[in-house]
Ligand binder design. Structure first.
Ligand code: SF4
Ligand code: SF4
Length: 353
């Protein structure tokens, strides 16, 4: 689903000057705050940038001051939308930290929806119960194949059975696409768990160019992207990125795509309203060629109807100026691929792996 005509404001493209304007812009726009509370992951999935670095030896934590800043800022606007507590980490690996983060958020930002994605490896019934008691709203469980192994239906059936047995509750399977994906849900302790396995060799994103075999399969992206409008993403070291495709342990991502560190901003509102973020949003508002890393990104890629294209052009004209004629607008060197169109999975494509 793309953003409606009335979502967009001048402040998205021209940084507001006053704190009050920044707060208003953030509050009307951001529906998903992504906070990587720690760095550790026990897996190294081939389609994930974690496979390119070492994240399984130590657990580096998002500094308390930055997490506190997030909580204070969200509390100050009585934030009612989503907060996600993972990015490229496995949040359940540090039970004490996760419970503390969920509990503080629930206490200080009582109306927000708290969720995260997990590989499920550390989860059991008691742990889930504690998380729900602490204030968790919803959970996404991705059952990954072992490192180096390809997606297989037989493996997925085994993982679904094992996970259901471990949680003591059946999974209601609602979608089975052979060699592609299995999706189901489980209701437990009053919240919904979305349980799924996906063949990311078919459906994975190239993670801002980091996973090159997925870039090679990607079509040339022409679609707009709404992530820098409605997401706000903070990595475990405080790096703020325009979207969740970017990875703090990738030097190129940090040097070229980061919009700074939360420690350097007085608030999330200021970071969201920054000139850099406005620049990303200008380049991603319309249909048209994109530069790296968006040119190979399959995240919510779509062709769009003639009406959608027209509406985006009108918004551009009204809030920014004359739309450029089909030119690549970011300065980074673009890569263009003429490879066949990749597939999009209807339901879970918006969630992180
Ligand atoms: S996809 Fe998830 S489980 Fe796999 S390596 Fe990346 S963060 Fe870890
Ligand atoms: S197109 Fe992809 S890489 Fe670019 S901002 Fe959107 S999600 Fe991020």
């Amino acid at each position: 689903m793309t953003l409606g005509h009335d979502f967009f404001a001048k402040g998205h493209f021209h940084s507001p000057e006053t704190h009050e304007e920044m707060v208003v812009l953030f509050k009307r726009s951001v529906s998903n705050v992504v906070v990587e509370i720690s760095s550790f992951c026990n897996r190294k999935c081939s389609y994930c940038p974690v496979s390119q670095v070492e994240r399984s030896r130590e657990n580096r934590l998002l500094p308390d001051q930055i997490f506190d800043r997030v909580v204070t800022d969200l509390a100050s606007i009585d934030y009612e939308r989503s907060v996600c507590l993972n990015l490229y980490n496995e949040p359940t690996s540090d039970r004490e930290l996760l419970l503390k983060r969920v509990s503080v958020l629930r206490q200080e930002v009582p109306k927000c929806r708290i969720y995260f994605s997990t590989n499920g490896d550390y989860l059991n019934r008691d742990y889930l119960h504690e998380l729900v008691d602490a204030g968790l709203s919803e959970l996404y469980v991705t059952l990954h194949a072992p490192r180096g192994a390809s997606y297989s239906d037989a493996y997925v059936v085994g993982r679904f059975s094992e996970f259901a047995a471990r949680m003591g509750k059946q999974i209601k399977v609602d979608t089975v696409l052979p060699q592609q994906s299995v999706q189901g849900t489980m209701n437990l302790f009053g919240i919904k768990l979305h349980v799924f396995a996906t063949n990311y060799d078919l459906y994975g994103s190239d993670r801002a160019g980091a996973i090159q075999n997925l870039s090679a399969k990607a079509p040339k992206r022409m679609a707009p992207c709404d992530r820098p409008f409605n997401d706000f993403t903070i990595s475990y070291d405080g790096t703020v990125f325009p979207c969740c495709q970017m990875f703090a342990d990738n030097d190129l991502h940090r040097q070229r795509y980061a919009i700074g560190n939360m420690a350097d901003y007085s608030s999330m509102f200021e970071a969201y309203a920054s000139r850099d973020m406005a620049g990303w949003r200008r380049t991603l508002l319309r249909f048209g060629p994109k530069a790296s890393p968006c040119d190979t990104c399959s995240e919510a890629n779509h062709e769009g109807s003639a009406e959608e294209r027209r509406v985006r052009d009108v918004i551009y004209q009204n809030l920014i100026g004359q739309p450029p004629e089909d030119e690549v607008v970011r300065v980074e060197p673009g890569r263009v691929s003429g490879a066949p169109k990749r597939r999009l999975l209807p339901r879970f494509q918006i969630f992180r792996q």
